[in-house]
Design a protein around this ligand. Structure first.
Ligand code: KG4
Length: 355
């Protein structure tokens, strides 16, 4: 095993692997600068309308070596140059996580270098600190981060790179999950979030007033909205005497577009109101958004609008760092490396946890 001191004299070169769901990704950072970020998305789930865990694990197994190999080559480094290996330990699909975890353990063990475990959610927040050469502005501490993905919706107070506190989170569905499930009902492909975003641009956001939750504190709930969406469609099917969404769409002009626009506006309003409350209560004006749903155009616009209205400094990640990627894991791993915060070789992945 190389000593840490010996490694510190050379550039710190870190390989990171992300495999928590259906994207296999590998990235290399050198002295905190992103050198490569390779992502292989899995198309195999599209026909099932959601991620099939067993298929995801198998696809990760097929993709992991080519993705890592490409990331190393693009960064111009060889395995022997690595100072440490970072991996997403959770939360996520256990079978998927096992592939990345096992691969990284094997690599670290064979090279005699430290292993670093990264919490996937903390990784999303750390996307704001990736140094990709584009001059991405970094929030200063403390800041609030709205973390919205397919599996989580949280308001996080970020005190430092390694100190995050959840102020509120969904008590049922995540925002992305609500988008994906409602999109499925409308007969849109998986993942539905980007389709909702696309169709919403052509729709009337005031056409269908959906139920909004009334939850205390900074927590979220999206299951009532999902039911409201479903019941609106059910009532319209009954009213028009048809059984399928396609038949309904022939009778109700702009049905999908208006439903998407109304749903999107409701989700964004729910998310932003709680975030505003947290920012006001805590007197924090640095506000960031992260996670797959931060790719949503209405949410991004709401951040800009709230920023202007409430004098927030807002941080919206580039599209490439919104959905799952290893660049954010590499960045989080780099900060842990600087803290000498390594993990044991027998560390196991976890499916559920928060920050
Ligand atoms: O962060 P992510 O890639 O994976 C998880 O860790 O969950 O987030 C995926 C989620 C999916 O629910 C997807 O529908 C949603 O992000 N998403 C969007 C958009 N792009 C991705 N939701 C709304 N609008 C988008 N443009």
């Amino acid at each position: 095993m190389h000593s840490i001191c010996e490694k510190m004299e050379k550039p710190i070169v870190l390989l990171a692997v992300e495999s928590s769901c259906d994207d296999t990704s590998a990235a290399v950072v050198e002295d905190g600068i992103l050198r490569s970020n390779v992502i292989a998305s899995q198309k195999v789930h599209e026909e099932f309308g959601g991620v099939v865990p067993e298929l995801a694990s198998r696809a990760h197994q097929q993709n992991i070596w080519p993705v890592v190999d490409t990331a190393l080559k693009r960064a111009g480094v060889e395995a022997k140059d690595l100072s440490a290996v970072a991996f997403t330990r959770g939360p996520g699909l256990l079978g998927s996580l096992l592939v990345g975890t096992s691969f990284c353990k094997g690599l670290a063990l064979s090279l005699g270098i430290p292993l670093i475990d990264v919490n996937h959610l903390q990784g999303h927040v750390m996307a704001h600190f990736v140094e990709d050469g584009t001059g991405l502005p970094h929030p200063s501490f403390p800041f609030l981060c709205l973390l919205v993905s397919g599996g989580n919706s949280q308001i996080v107070r970020v005190n430092a790179y390694n100190d995050m506190q959840i102020l509120g989170q969904t008590i049922d569905d995540a925002a992305g999950e609500a988008f994906d499930k409602c999109a499925k009902v409308l007969g849109l492909p998986y993942p539905g979030g980007p389709w909702i975003d696309k169709l919403a641009k052509l729709g009337d956001a005031t056409k269908y007033p959906f139920a909004k939750p009334n939850i205390a504190g900074y927590d979220y709930s999206f299951s009532g909205l999902k039911t409201s969406f479903l019941y609106t469609l059910r009532d319209m099917l009954k009213e028009h005497g048809v059984e399928t969404i396609d038949a309904l769409a022939e009778r109700v002009p702009n049905l999908r577009e208006d439903m998407c626009a109304s749903l999107q506006a409701t989700v964004v309003d729910i998310l932003m109101r709680k975030l505003k409350k947290a920012a006001q209560d805590l007197h924090i004006t640095q506000v960031a958004v992260a996670g797959g749903v931060s790719a949503n155009s209405a949410l991004r616009q709401a951040f800009i609008d709230y920023g202007k209205k409430y004098h927030w400094q807002v941080y919206i990640p580039p599209f490439s760092f919104t959905t799952d990627n290893a660049a954010m894991i590499a960045q989080a791993g780099y900060f842990k490396f600087l803290d000498h915060d390594f993990c044991a070789i027998d560390e196991v992945p976890f499916a559920k946890t928060t920050i």
